[in-house]
Structure formats: structure tokens, C-alpha cells
Design a protein around this ligand. Structure first.
Ligand code: ATP
Ligand code: MG
Length: 592
């Protein structure tokens, strides 16, 4: 098997000295500057030859590992009919994120954002017995989502590549096994890709279903925040953290609730100071965690209508809108604006308390609270009068919320929800993959049933498993780059070896060419900088650093003494080796 030789002299690439002005994160900046991608429209990118090679290598690894667990590759169209998505509810649930189009006859179509419906229907079409199952099928295909905030080049695109696979089983044990197989395959895929990642508990969002986990690339620029326990193996996306509900507390001795004037207390800190000065607590000092902060948001439903929602959280924490959004998907959440606020006469900004909240209250606004607000807990909160708070308001005695919700921010140092002595540490990541035990949602909606051993019709249970190869290009770049350029892990680099012919004379060009040919003959992929003319060795070195192939070989001045220089792009480590031994040594490096 011979490798490929890419010549910089003819390759379709132009490296740029300046950063693109829309680049928010380093990987985006470098992928554009190094000639991997070009923007075609907001959130829509063209893959240039170098970028396409990285994308294809990632897809190749994903494909090999999916095939290894017995999944079969197929390919659906991206252009899809509306009906299956109407049957599942996602034609509306996807809201503004769905690209909807019409054909010349006015029939509705969509550009597939993910394909649960189509896979369910094709299995329904062709299979009818438990003997046909279990089954796992997948595709690597272009997806379309009109993301509200396309970001960072191919990291969050409106058109992107996804590997989506689906498992079909007759029973829960089967689904569990299929899920585990996929999970193991994902671990092998991410290990092979060669960057740092974590596996965390996740919410299932618009997908429906129960158990799900995400694979996150560790990256400061990531949009996801996850927490991990210092003691046990608990790790979760903050969206999926379920705070441990404390036990109810007795409140027989708690004084009756009483409203008090609290002038000049615009913030929780000033309120707490005021309380400690003028209404000292009998047992200890007041803290921000004794106050109940009520935050109003507007929910935007997939059909475009809006609804107000009030959320009560301990005053030492903010409401985390992303975490809240994770619980409510496909509903979108935004802070309530002044105009909307004014529509509710009962709401006194800054002094909103439970007395005017709740479905049965004056405002009629649904009121949900943090799980820590259990029966018997005692709060200081707004008295619904300018400049006044109510003290000793007891949950379950003086007010009863409509429900609870996980919306309060999760913080470093919080207690672990899973073990008794650990605390949580937080970090950011980029979602690379997501695996779900979907259960029967889609099979139910679309009528996918098979005959079981007893000849009885049973509804099939499904799993769905996604990876974003195009996002992976950016995430891996982000995770591995340094201050001089991209720095690819060997498994996904656009070439194995980058040979720089550092000089114009025949001896140098000839030796570089010979070395390149020797490597290619051994199956190595070589990027050869054979440019002549105005391109100085300095420019070639800079380009090699920017492009980020893991091994850079310089054929230049050393040639007079019979040596070439081999440099490790990631570590910067250099060695001089005899030109005659170069092919052998490089082969060792590539294969190690
Ligand atoms: P996110 O929360 O980042 O929007 P998601 O939960 O919508 O992701 P899934 O629907 O689970 O993602 O899609 C499976 C995989 O597809 C993700 O893990 C990610 O790798 C990739 N992916 C999703 N949306 C995009 C996008 N807009 N651009 C690039 N890749 C994406
Ligand atoms: Mg998304």
C-alpha cells in the first residue's frame, strides 16, 4: 500500500498571516489561517483539501469502530418529508432550529437535523419479528440545524457532519446491552482520536427517553460546563445535576411570618447586612442562603407562544438559564423583559414574593422552586411591597409552590449528589458525542412493533448515538493547538510527515523528493514543501508550524554533512539524523 504525496507547490492551500475578523476562538482562527476551512455563509463552511483530510480521517476511525460492533452503515437523504416528523411531534418541537422548505407543488419538506424518525420507519418497513433483532444501523451524513448562535467555525455550524446510529431491541435488557456496546465503541473512538475527554451524565432534552451520557472534549472555550466529584466517579453536565433533596425540617417553633420595612436593600448582600443589624436571628447570623430569590423568565414554546414562569432559588445562587433550558427543552427560556413585567400588576420588581406567585395566585404565574426549598425551610423573601421583605416565611406552612426545578447554578465546592463525603469541581467542555437510551418514544409514535417469541406484538425499544466529526475537527484542534499553530494528534493529522525543502538548490530539492518518495512507498502520507521561487525557508517553517503535521523534517543546510533535522511539532524536540537513515527512522516514528 503506497501513501499519498501532497505537494505544497500544487496543493490548493493559501495560508494567511492575519486572523479572520469573525474568529472567536483559537481553533477557528487557526483552521482558517492554515487553509483548512472557508466560510460560505454564517455557520456554513467549505472544506479545503487539508481540512477535508482531517475530517475524513476522523470519519474513518468512527466508521471502523462502528463496524467493529456490528453496526451497518447506510445513508439517508438530507431532504426529508414532513410527515414522519409530524408524527413524532418534532416538526413543531424543533421550533426555529428546523430548516423547513417547500417543493414547487407547495409540499413541506425539511433538512434533517437528526434521523430517529427515518431509521424507525425503515426498520418498520422491512422487519417484523424479534428474530430480526437486535439491530444497529448508522450513517455519516450532513445535518442541518438553524442554530440560534452558530459559533466558532465548524464547532457549531448550521450545516455539519454527524455520525448517527440507532439500536433496535425487543426488551430493556437488549437496549441496555446495545447501549453498552456503543459506549465501549465511543471510548475506543475517542481514545484513538487522541485528545482529552470526559464522560458525563446528560439530560435527554428534545430527544426524549431516559439514560444518556455525553462525551465532552476538555476545553476552556466549551459551551458546556460539567462537574466531577473529588471522591467518587460521579461526573455530570451541570444541566443534568440533580441536587440531593434535603429532608423536611420541623417548623413548630418557627415564629409566624412577618413583613418588615427593609429600606435601602437593593441587593441580597445589603439585605443580609440589614437583617443582621436590625433583626438578628436567634440561632446564628443570617446569610444569603436564607433568602429566597424569585426570578421571572419568559418561556418560548415551539409553536411560538410565550408563557411566564417564576423560579425561586436560595439567594446565594443565581438561576442558570442554560441549565434551566436543559430541563425545559424544546421550550426556550429568556429573562423576562420590562414590558412583560409591567403586564403583571402584582409583581413589584425587587420585592417579588411567593404570595403573588403560583397558578392559583393573583398573578397566575406558575411558580417552581429549587429542590432545597423543602417543607419547613424558613425564608426571607419579597413582601410584594416596595421596600419590604417578609421574614420567617415557611415553605409548606406559608406558601406551596407548584413544583420544583433544577435551575439554580451548580458551583464548585457543592456537595456531590452521589456520595456522602465528596464535593464538586467544575470545568468546561465541548460536546463531541451523546448516547441515549431512547426507549419507545419513536417506536410508539411511528408504530414500530415486532412479534415476540409468543407471537405477541411488542413495541421495539431504541437507542440513539451521535458523534459530530466536523465539530471534532475544531474540538481536537482546540484541545491540542499551541501559540504557533495547529498541532494534530497523529491519528487525525492531514499528513504523517511534513518535509520542508529548505533551499532552492537541486541537491536539497532532490534529497527532499527522494525521502518523500521512499516514505510514500512505505504507505506514509507526506506533505512535501517543494515550493521554489519567492518562498523562503522561513516562510516554509512558519507554514509547517501553522499547519500542524506532527513530524516536521527539514532538508537543508545539514545536507552538506549528510543530515536532516526531525522535529516533533508537539514537544518541539529535535534530532539530527543521517539522511540515509531518515526513511527508516521516520517510519518508526509514524508507526510508534
Ligand atoms: P449541542 O448541545 O452542542 O447543541 P446537541 O445536544 O444538539 O449538541 P445532538 O443532537 O446530541 O447534539 O447531536 C449529536 C452530536 O452532533 C453532538 O454530540 C455534536 O458532536 C454534533 N453536533 C450537534 N450540533 C452540532 C452543530 N451545530 N455543529 C456541529 N456539530 C454538532
Ligand atoms: Mg444542539
Amino acid at each position: 500500500m503506497t501513501g499519498r504525496l501532497l505537494r505544497m507547490s500544487s496543493l490548493f492551500v493559501r495560508t494567511l498571516r492575519d486572523d479572520p475578523n469573525d474568529a472567536e476562538v483559537p481553533s477557528h482562527r487557526l483552521l482558517v489561517r492554515a487553509g483548512y476551512i472557508r466560510r460560505a455563509a454564517p455557520g456554513v463552511y467549505t472544506w479545503l483539501p487539508l481540512g477535508l483530510r482531517v475530517l475524513r480521517r476522523i470519519e474513518g476511525i468512527v466508521r471502523e469502530e462502528m463496524d467493529a460492533i456490528g453496526a451497518h452503515e447506510m445513508l439517508f437523504p438530507a431532504l426529508l418529508p414532513k410527515e414522519p416528523y409530524e408524527a413524532s411531534g418534532r416538526w413543531t418541537d424543533y421550533g426555529d432550529s428546523l430548516f423547513r422548505i417547500q417543493d414547487r407543488k407547495g409540499a413541506d419538506y425539511l433538512l434533517g437535523p437528526t434521523h430517529e424518525e427515518m431509521f424507525t420507519l425503515v426498520v418498520k418497513d422491512l422487519y417484523s419479528s424479534y428474530k430480526d433483532l437486535p439491530l444497529s444501523i448508522y450513517q455519516i451524513q450532513t445535518k442541518y440545524r438553524d442554530e440560534a448562535r452558530p459559533r466558532a467555525g465548524v464547532l457549531r455550524g448550521r450545516e455539519f457532519v454527524m455520525k448517527d446510529s440507532y439500536s433496535f431491541d425487543v426488551d430493556d435488557a437488549g437496549l441496555e446491552a446495545s447501549y453498552q456496546k456503543h459506549r465501549d465503541a465511543y471510548i475506543r473512538i475517542f481514545d484513538r482520536l487522541g485528545f482529552e475527554y470526559v464522560i458525563v451524565k446528560a439530560t435527554s432534552g428534545a430527544m426524549g427517553g431516559s439514560a444518556s451520557e455525553e462525551f465532552l472534549a476538555k476545553a476552556a472555550v466549551g459551551e458546556d460546563t460539567y462537574v466531577a466529584c473529588t471522591t467518587c466517579d460521579y461526573a455530570a453536565n451541570v444541566e443534568a445535576v440533580a441536587v440531593r433533596t434535603p429532608a423536611a425540617v420541623p417548623y413548630d417553633d418557627t415564629p409566624a411570618a412577618h413583613a418588615e420595612e427593609t429600606p435601602d436593600t437593593p441587593t441580597i448582600d445589603t439585605l443580609v447586612t440589614f437583617l443582621n443589624d436590625t433583626h438578628p436571628r436567634e440561632d446564628r447570623e443570617w446569610t444569603a442562603a436564607d433568602t429566597l430569590k424569585n426570578v421571572l423568565v419568559t418561556l418560548r414554546l415551539p409553536d411560538g407562544t410565550t408563557e411566564p414562569l417564576a423560579i425561586g432559588v436560595p439567594g446565594d445562587r443565581d438561576v442558570d438559564l442554560k441549565r434551566l433550558g436543559g430541563q425545559l427543552e424544546p421550550i426556550e427560556v429568556e429573562p423576562m423583559d420590562e414590558v412583560e413585567m409591567k403586564k403583571h400588576a402584582a409583581l413589584v420588581k425587587g420585592y417579588i414574593g411567593p404570595a403573588v406567585l403560583g397558578e392559583d395566585s393573583e398573578s397566575g404565574i406558575r411558580y417552581v422552586v429549587d429542590p432545597r426549598v423543602v417543607e419547613g425551610t424558613r425564608w426571607v423573601t419579597g413582601a410584594n411591597v416596595q421596600g419590604s421583605h417578609v421574614i420567617d416565611l415557611v415553605a409548606g406552612r406559608d406558601f406551596t409552590p407548584d413544583g420544583t426545578i433544577e435551575a439554580a447554578e451548580v458551583r464548585e465546592g457543592d456537595e456531590c449528589p452521589s456520595c456522602t463525603d465528596g464535593t464538586l469541581v467544575a470545568a468546561r467542555g465541548i460536546e463531541m458525542g451523546h448516547i441515549f437510551q431512547l426507549g419507545r418514544k419513536y417506536a410508539d409514535a411511528l408504530g414500530l412493533q415486532v412479534l415476540d417469541e409468543n407471537g405477541k406484538l411488542v413495541t421495539v425499544t431504541m437507542g440513539s448515538y451521535g458523534i459530530g466529526p466536523s465539530r471534532a475537527v475544531a474540538a481536537i484542534a482546540e484541545n491540542t493547538l499551541d501559540e504557533i499553530g495547529l498541532c494534530w494528534p497523529r491519528a487525525v493529522a492531514p499528513a504523517d510527515i511534513h518535509i520542508v525543502a529548505a533551499g532552492k538548490d537541486e541537491a536539497i530539492l532532490g534529497a527532499a523528493e527522494t525521502l518523500a518518495q521512499a516514505l510514500v512507498a512505505q504507505g506514509v502520507e507526506v506533505l512535501l514543501d517543494d515550493r521554489v521561487g519567492k518562498v523562503s525557508p522561513g516562510v516554509k517553517f512558519k507554514d509547517a508550524e501553522l499547519i500542524g503535521v506532527p513530524t516536521i523534517v527539514t532538508v537543508g543546510r545539514g545536507l552538506a554533512e549528510g543530515t536532516v533535522e526531525v522535529r516533533d511539532r508537539a514537544t518541539g524536540g529535535r534530532e539530527e539524523i543521517a539522511v540515509d537513515d531518515a526513511a527508516g527512522r521516520l517510519l518508526e516514528i509514524v508507526r510508534s
